[in-house]
Structures are given as structure tokens and as C-alpha cells.
Design a protein around this ligand. Structure first.
Ligand SMILES: Nc1ncnc2c1ncn2[C@@H]1O[C@H](COP(=O)(O)OP(=O)(O)OP(=O)(O)O)[C@@H](O)[C@H]1O
Length: 306
């Protein structure tokens, strides 16, 4: 076991009010794991990263590193952190200079070959130019490089895709897979659900500071729905559903029908076929992380309002 946070709680004081950012939150991670941390805005993801990195103290709970309670800041040398999609790079320094500086700060040897490998993996164009001359996406690539230059055992990446173009996201994905292959652990907090779905075999979902789910992505996706039929009704309104297929769920101006499996999807299409040409659009797709996440967080909101 690499990292463990046990029963952590954190409350912020905001004026006269208290905000419970995390409540009895526990998480453990092994070397080589890639964990996707999901949660709505304000659910406590950044607070978790701040607790893990000592940027703020928990009101309760314990942090353990390699099986031992954390005391002091020694474990920070083995962490790589990207907070809220921004690195801590110095704008007047180049990627190369920043990387050397951050290695020094963590008392790690600067490995030029590792720098080169990361720069190539990220396709960073000009590692000798000051950061201020780089585009937003390339600044983020430089920050990612500086986050990983000292070969941390655990990388905590908060919103690492913010501002990255498609190629940049692909490069980041390759970088994470490469690191995990070498035994690094990753906690990736992001609202980019496609990115998390592609990359993370383990999902943790939090809402209002509490953990709603922690487990395998494949199990997270399996909640009895295998496919979703989605359409936009024409002037005649929603197609009539035969008995046993449930009911249309409105989603903005679209209608969605959750379907159990391949057989039920085929049966639904066969029944609805005469009515489908009158619809403005139609799509049958496998259930996604987005569907499942929306359902889980939505259910919790409903409970909260009840
Ligand atoms: N320094 C602070 N002072 C007061 N309240 C804070 C502070 N930092 C965070 N909070 C509050 O704590 C809660 C959790 O915030 P946090 O930033 O951890 O959420 P998040 O899941 O990272 O959100 P997002 O997805 O928007 O980045 C929010 O209600 C937020 O307003």
C-alpha cells in the first residue's frame, strides 16, 4: 500500500458559516494504480488533494504513506502535484530550468534523459523558451513535466486536461499509462469524463464531501443498464413504448431509454422501428461513465432535497 487517508474530515470557515468540505473520507491507493476522482463542483476533490499534500490540515483523520503515519513533510518528495489545472512553474524560467529547480526543491537528482523522455512523450516544442512565451496548453504540458520530473511514487493531478487540445490529452494519457507501467500511482481528478473513462480502471465518486462509490470502473458501469436509446422526438411527440420497456427519461430536449442488454436493445429497436423515421434524431449507444455518474450524483441530490 502506497498511500492511505483514513477518516479525514475538513471544515472551512467562510464568514459566519462553516463549510464541510470533506466528511469521514477514506482512500487508499497501491503503486501502479490509476484512480479517477469524480465529483460535482465543490464536492471536495481539491480539498482531498490539499490534505494529501499537506497544503491544508485535516480536522480529523490520518494520512499514511507506505504503511506508516505521515510525520513531517518527507513524503512530499515522493509526490507530484498539479493543482486545479495549473502548475507552479516560474514564467520567466524555461521548462528545462523549471524542471531543474523543482528537482532541487525535492532533493532529487535531475535526470536529463528522463527530462528528454517526458518532453518527447508530451511533444513539448521548445523546452528552452521561458514559460511566459508558451501557449496555455504548452504551459500545462510543461507543468506536467515538472510534476513528474523527480519520478514521484504518486502523482495527484487535479484537472490535468484543462486547456489541453486533443493531441495534448492523448499525450497525457500515454504519459500516465507509461508512469503506471513503471509503478507510479495516479489520482486524477477531472470533469473530463471521457478522459477518466478511457484511462482509469478505478473510480472514486464523491459528492458533498462524502464518498458515493469506490471501485472498479467496469462494476461502476454495470448497474443493470447496458445501452441507452436516445432520440429527439418529432412533432408527433415521444414514440409510444410497448409494455415492459419502461418509460422515456427527459434529458434536456432529448429523450432517453435505458436498456438492459443487447437483446433488449434489439427488441426495443424492432418495436419502435415504424415510429423512428418521425424522430428528429436517434442514437443507440453503450452506457457511459457520464450516464452512470449523472445518475449517481442525481440520486444523491434527490435524497438531499427529500
Ligand atoms: N479556502 C476555503 N475557504 C472556504 N471554503 C472553501 C475553501 N476551499 C474550498 N472551500 C469550499 O469547500 C468545498 C469543497 O471545495 P473543493 O475546492 O474541495 O471542491 P472541488 O470538488 O475541488 O470543486 P471543483 O470541481 O469546483 O474544483 C466547497 O464548498 C468550497 O467552496
Amino acid at each position: 500500500m502506497l498511500f492511505e487517508l483514513q477518516h479525514a474530515s475538513k471544515c472551512y470557515q467562510r464568514g459566519a458559516h462553516k463549510v464541510q468540505a470533506l466528511r469521514d473520507f477514506s482512500l487508499r491507493l497501491d503503486a501502479g494504480e490509476i484512480l479517477g476522482l469524480l465529483g460535482p463542483n465543490g464536492s471536495g476533490k481539491t480539498t482531498f488533494v490539499k490534505l494529501a499534500t499537506g497544503l491544508c490540515d485535516a480536522d480529523a483523520g490520518e494520512l499514511r504513506w507506505r504503511g506508516h503515519p505521515v510525520s513531517g513533510h518527507r513524503h512530499l518528495r515522493e509526490l507530484g502535484v498539479l493543482l486545479e489545472g495549473r502548475g507552479a512553474g516560474y514564467e520567466r524560467l524555461s521548462t528545462w530550468e523549471n524542471a531543474r529547480y523543482f528537482c532541487g526543491l525535492r532533493e532529487a537528482r535531475f535526470d536529463a534523459a528522463h527530462f528528454q523522455a517526458l518532453a518527447e512523450l508530451l511533444e513539448l516544442p521548445d523546452v528552452r523558451a521561458p514559460l511566459r512565451q508558451l501557449s496555455t496548453g504548452n504551459k500545462l504540458r510543461a507543468s506536467l513535466l515538472c510534476t513528474l520530473i523527480h519520478k514521484p511514487a504518486l502523482a495527484l493531478l487535479d484537472e490535468p486536461t484543462l486547456g489541453l487540445d486533443l493531441l495534448g490529452v492523448d499525450k497525457l494519457e500515454a504519459l500516465v499509462r507509461h508512469g503506471a507501467g513503471q509503478g507510479m500511482g495516479f489520482v486524477i481528478s477531472s470533469h473530463d469524463l471521457h478522459f477518466i473513462e478511457r484511462l482509469c480502471p478505478r473510480i472514486v465518486c464523491i459528492s458533498r464531501g462524502e464518498k458515493l462509490y469506490d471501485g472498479c470502473k467496469s462494476e461502476f458501469l454495470q448497474d443493470g443498464t447496458g445501452y441507452v436509446l436516445q432520440l429527439q422526438a418529432g412533432p408527433q411527440g415521444a414514440p409510444a413504448l410497448p409494455e415492459g420497456l419502461g418509460a422515456w427519461l427527459p434529458q434536456g430536449d432529448l429523450l432517453q431509454l435505458p436498456l438492459r442488454d443487447h437483446a433488449q436493445a434489439c427488441a426495443a429497436l424492432a418495436c419502435l422501428q415504424p415510429q423512428l423515421p418521425a424522430c428528429l434524431s436517434m442514437e443507440l449507444r453503450p452506457v457511459s461513465l457520464r450516464d452512470r455518474y449523472r445518475k449517481l450524483v442525481g440520486e444523491q441530490d434527490e435524497e438531499g432535497q427529500a
